[in-house]
Design a protein. Structure first.
Length: 277
């Protein structure tokens, strides 16, 4: 199959790109770094069997500092993907959203979650009005090798890289916040299966994460990697103290469940960073 992959040079995109190539698919990459971003409507020519839309600003911190950038990349970018699909025979879209579309304990959906929610709304509207088929994924905290480890990115790899480079970690809150972290291989398994069995997932949305067995707090990770060069900051707007995904829907449909424990995943990620910093 010929697959258009947005965000192809990002953390998740790199993993999925290689996996799809290994399975014999033809993958056409889109990415800001390649000069053909979805927000600028610079789509390639040709026919496609699927669009896997991973291209986005994924940083809550950047979204709070620069909401206009976040809206352009996420909301407008996803609208453009919908239009490209509609104008090219209703190409099926697999869209990665976020758990942050749900309000925080303060009742706020932060800019990142709002822009992704707008993208979800466009997908659902395009399906009902124009017949564009979609799948929406809302994964929990995905982490693993190839993530850049910046303080604007995923917190697991941020903490790991900081521990290896002796950087101060800013903790937004008291560090007791917890998430069910999800290793990248388990995430890629879902995306690949959605391409393979799209009709099973079609026109539906799925929340999924590591589950209770992979719940980890910020402080627990710091203890595990034995690093405590931290500085406490006020909690971010729209933050949630504890978020554990309910995997029941996707498990009952497909049998999927996470295979990698958080200890295994953190160890593998730590090893990768030690070899690649």
């Amino acid at each position: 199959m010929r697959i258009l992959l947005t965000g192809a040079l990002g953390f998740m995109g790199q993993h999925l790109h290689q996996k799809l190539l290994n399975l014999g698919h033809q993958v056409v990459p889109m990415d800001k770094k390649l000069g053909n971003s979805t927000s600028e409507n610079l789509f390639p020519d040709g026919k496609f069997d699927f669009i896997v839309h991973l291209g986005a600003n994924c940083s809550s911190q950047i979204s709070l500092r620069e909401p206009s950038v976040d809206f352009t990349d996420n909301a407008i970018g996803t609208f453009n993907v919908c239009e490209f699909s509609r104008n090219n025979g209703n190409i099926p879209i697999i869209f990665n959203s976020t758990m942050k579309v749900y309000p925080g304990e303060d009742g706020i959906i932060p800019p990142y979650g709002t822009s992704k929610l707008v993208g979800e709304m466009y997908l659902k509207m395009y399906q009902k009005v124009y017949g564009v088929p979609y799948v929406i994924n809302r994964p929990s905290s995905v982490y693993g090798p190839l993530q850049d480890g910046s303080d604007d990115g995923g917190w697991v790899t941020w903490f790991i890289k900081a521990s290896l480079t002796d950087k101060t970690i800013n903790l937004y809150g008291d560090g007791t916040q917890s998430r069910d972290i999800l290793y990248i291989d388990d995430m890629i398994d879902i995306l690949v299966d959605e391409v393979k069995h799209f009709d099973l997932y079609k026109n539906n949305d799925f929340d999924f994460g590591g589950g209770i067995a992979n719940e980890l707090s910020l402080n627990q990770l710091l203890d595990y990697i034995d690093y405590h060069n931290t500085q406490f900051k006020p909690k971010l707007k729209g933050d949630v103290q504890r978020f554990i995904c309910d995997n029941k829907k996707i498990h009952e449909l497909t049998g999927w469940k996470p295979k990698v424990t958080w200890q295994e995943g953190v160890n593998d990620t730590l090893k990768w960073f030690k070899e690649n910093i």
